[in-house]
Design a protein around this ligand. Structure first.
Ligand SMILES: Nc1ncnc2c1ncn2[C@@H]1O[C@H](COP(=O)(O)OP(=O)(O)OP(=O)(O)O)[C@@H](O)[C@H]1O
Ligand SMILES: [Mg+2]
Length: 248
């Protein structure tokens, strides 16, 4: 089943087309890498999925339900970690999750169990300090716990690893892998090695369109078939010197 289906999505800002007919299909139980350079339109597409952005055309469906701008109904299926998550600095992680669960109307007993379970998952189970003393990596981990609180069918993470060092990145990737048991994940990034490490599928956004998408195995095969094996009789020659000879 498709958790998310985007057809022909269009969005311009000030006359500049950012998304020019984006098509994307995210199957259930996948970890989907949404790859694109800075300014490619990743955050724009994610805001449209959340109904936070008025689009110029196309259709988005979450769990088969159409997304409408300004309406939050389809967001009951979604957990969202923005690129720069904001927290109340004076709260502890547990207080923060309780606060989020209470305003979304979660049952008190379920909230207590779920908060502890999620803080363990993200490695903050023993962390009783206030959020103001947290590192970026700790904030990203708390943000994932918050996004998973309501058991979403789709977890959307906007560049969860970009600002982190290799250790912090690995921690986030491991958490996303563990969260795969509970949900489908769409995460944006420009770090290809992160995609290779955990994704089952990926799509490349370039010039407002998806230029390449498929399972990681399919994408690897494409790369192989586009390559060349060059054999030479003079093994000592470098590729560069051979190239110079050919182009003389
Ligand atoms: N509200 C806005 N008003 C005007 N232009 C915008 C707005 N939001 C985004 N843009 C422009 O749309 C383009 C895509 O931005 P977006 O933030 O979606 O890219 P991104 O792929 O998320 O980039 P990054 O990797 O830097 O986060 C950029 O050129 C940006 O300047
Ligand atoms: Mg962005």
């Amino acid at each position: 089943m498709e958790i998310l289906a985007i057809q022909n999505l269009k969005k311009s800002f000030g006359g500049k087309e950012i998304l020019c007919g984006l098509n994307l299909s995210v199957p259930e139980h996948s970890i989907y890498g949404f790859i694109g350079k800075n300014g490619a339109g990743k955050t724009t597409a994610m805001k449209a999925i959340l109904g936070l952005l008025k689009t110029d055309g196309g259709q988005i469906c979450v769990m088969g339900e159409k997304v409408h701008f300004g309406q939050t109904r389809t967001n009951r299926h979604i957990g969202y970690l923005p690129d720069v998550p904001e927290f109340y600095p004076y709260m502890t992680p547990l207080e923060y999750l309780h606060f989020c669960g209470e305003i979304s109307g979660m049952d008190q007993t379920d909230l207590a169990t779920r908060s502890n379970e999620l803080l363990e998952l993200v490695g903050l189970g023993q962390e009783n300090r206030r959020i103001k003393g947290f590192s970026r990596g700790m904030k990203q981990r708390l943000g994932i716990a918050q996004a998973l609180l309501n058991r979403p069918k789709l977890l959307i993470c906007d560049e969860p690893t970009s600002a982190l060092d290799p250790v912090g990145r690995k921690e986030i990737l491991d958490i996303l892998l563990a969260a795969k048991e509970q949900t489908t994940i769409l995460f944006s990034t420009h770090i290809l090695s992160d995609v290779e490490r955990i994704c089952t599928e990926a799509a490349f956004l370039d010039n407002g369109r998806i230029v390449l998408q498929g399972t990681i195995a399919e994408l690897r095969n494409m790369r192989q078939s586009d390559g060349f094996i060059i054999e030479t009789e003079q093994k000592e020659k470098t590729l560069e010197s051979l190239f110079l000879e050919v182009t003389k």
